[in-house]
Design a protein around this ligand. Structure first.
Ligand code: NAP
Length: 292
C-alpha cells in the first residue's frame, strides 16, 4: 500500500538542550551518515544509563489515542494507524538502527505476519546506509529480537522470526516453552522460560536483554508489553508519532499502555519531559524522557 509522507524530511521544530548529550556523557548514536542525516535533518543520540540497559519505546498513535483498532479489526497494526506513513517508517528504522535489541509482544508479532524487525525492512532503499551506520557504531549487523509470550503461540516459520541473520530470543513461561518445544525451531531462535505460569515479569525481560550484553533496547509494543515495562519503571524514553487521524473507537484495547488489573490510582502514572518535536507533513514526532 502506498504510504503518506513519502520521502519527506523530519523537520526539527524544537528540542531541549539535553537532546544532544554533552561531551563525556555515555550515549548511543550522534552524527548520522549523510543520507540519513539529510532526511532526519540533524543527529540522533540516546543517553545511556550506566547500571542497566536503557529502554526506549516507539509507537504511532492517532490524535484520539488509538495505537490499534481493537478486536473489531484485529489484523490492523501500526501501518493502518499511521496511514502507512513513510516518515514514520523512517523514524522506526532509525531507532532500530540504533538498538542492540528490539523487544516485541507476541500479539504484535501475530498481527505483523510478514513483518521483519529490521531497519532495512522498513526502508529498503536505505538498507545499506543503515548497515553502514551500525558498523560505524560497532553494533551487530541486526538487533536481537526479544519476543515476549506467555502462551508460546508463535509461528516459528514467521519470516521475522526465522531470518538467519536476526537472533531471536523468546521470553516465555514454562507452558509457553513446552508448546514451542513441540515444533522444530529455526537455528536463530532460543527459548527462555523465565516467566511464571501466566506472564513474564518486566524484570525477567530486562535480565534477558542484559544477558545479551545490550546497552540500548527498543520496545515496539504492543500496549500489553509496553504497559508491563512502563509499570516497572523500565521505559526511559518514548518516541511517539502522532498521525493526523481520528478513529473514534471507544474500547480500551487500542490504548498505548495497557496493564490489566491495575488502575491509575495505584501510582502507575508516569510523567515525562518533552525532549524534541519534529514534523513531516502532517505527522508530528514527539520525544519524551521519563523521570526515573
Ligand atoms: N501503533 C503502534 O505503534 C503499535 C505498536 C505495537 C503494536 N501495535 C498494535 O497493537 C496490537 C496488539 O496489542 P497487544 O497489547 O495485544 O500487543 P502485545 O503486547 O504485543 O501482545 C500481547 C501479547 O504479548 C504477550 N505478552 C505481552 N506482555 C507479556 C508479559 N508481560 N508476559 C507474557 N506475555 C506477554 C502475550 O502473548 P500470548 O498471548 O502469546 O501469551 C500477550 O497476549 C496490534 O494490533 C498491533 O499491531 C501498534
Amino acid at each position: 500500500m502506498a504510504g503518506r509522507s513519502e520521502g519527506l524530511a523530519l523537520e526539527p521544530l524544537w528540542h531541549a538542550p539535553e537532546t544532544v548529550p554533552a561531551n563525556g556523557v555515555d550515549a548511543r548514536g550522534g552524527l548520522l551518515p549523510p543520507t540519513l542525516a539529510a532526511r532526519f535533518m540533524g543527529e540522533l543520540a540516546v543517553t545511556l544509563i550506566p547500571e542497566r540497559p536503557t529502554v526506549i519505546a516507539n509507537f504511532v498513535s492517532t490524535v484520539d489515542g488509538a495505537v490499534a483498532l481493537g478486536p473489531s479489526e484485529p489484523a490492523a497494526g501500526g501501518g493502518e494507524i499511521s496511514g502507512f506513513s513513510d516518515a514514520d517508517r523512517f523514524m522506526m528504522a532509525l531507532l532500530r538502527g540504533l538498538a542492540d535489541v528490539v523487544i516485541v509482544g507476541a500479539g504484535t508479532v501475530r498481527v505483523g505476519n510478514r513483518h521483519r524487525w529490521t531497519a532495512g525492512y522498513l526502508q529498503p532503499a536505505l538498507a545499506a546506509d543503515f548497515a553502514a551506520w551500525r558498523a560505524e557504531l560497532w553494533l551487530s549487523a541486526q538487533p536481537t529480537m526479544v519476543v515476549v509470550t506467555a502462551s508460546g503461540n508463535l509461528d516459528p516459520t514467521h519470516p521475522g522470526l526465522s531470518a538467519p541473520d536476526v537472533p531471536v530470543i523468546v521470553a516465555t513461561t514454562p507452558a509457553g516453552a513446552a508448546r514451542l518445544g513441540s515444533r522444530p525451531l529455526p537455528a536463530n531462535m532460543t527459548v527462555e522460560a523465565v516467566g511464571s505460569e501466566e506472564r513474564v515479569p518486566a524484570g525477567a525481560i530486562l535480565e534477558l536483554v542484559r544477558g545479551t550484553g545490550a546497552r540500548l533496547a527498543l520496545c515496539e509494543g504492543g500496549p500489553h508489553l509496553f504497559g508491563e515495562l512502563l509499570r516497572a519503571r523500565l521505559i526511559d524514553e518514548l518516541f511517539l508519532t502522532l498521525a493526523p487521524q481520528l478513529v473514534g473507537r471507544d474500547t480500551y484495547a487500542h490504548r498505548l499502555a495497557l496493564v490489566e488489573g491495575t488502575s491509575f490510582g495505584e501510582g502507575h502514572g508516569r510523567w515525562s519531559r518533552l525532549l524534541a518535536v519534529r514534523r513531516a507533513g502532517d505527522d508530528l514526532f514527539l520525544r519524551y524522557r521519563f523521570e526515573r
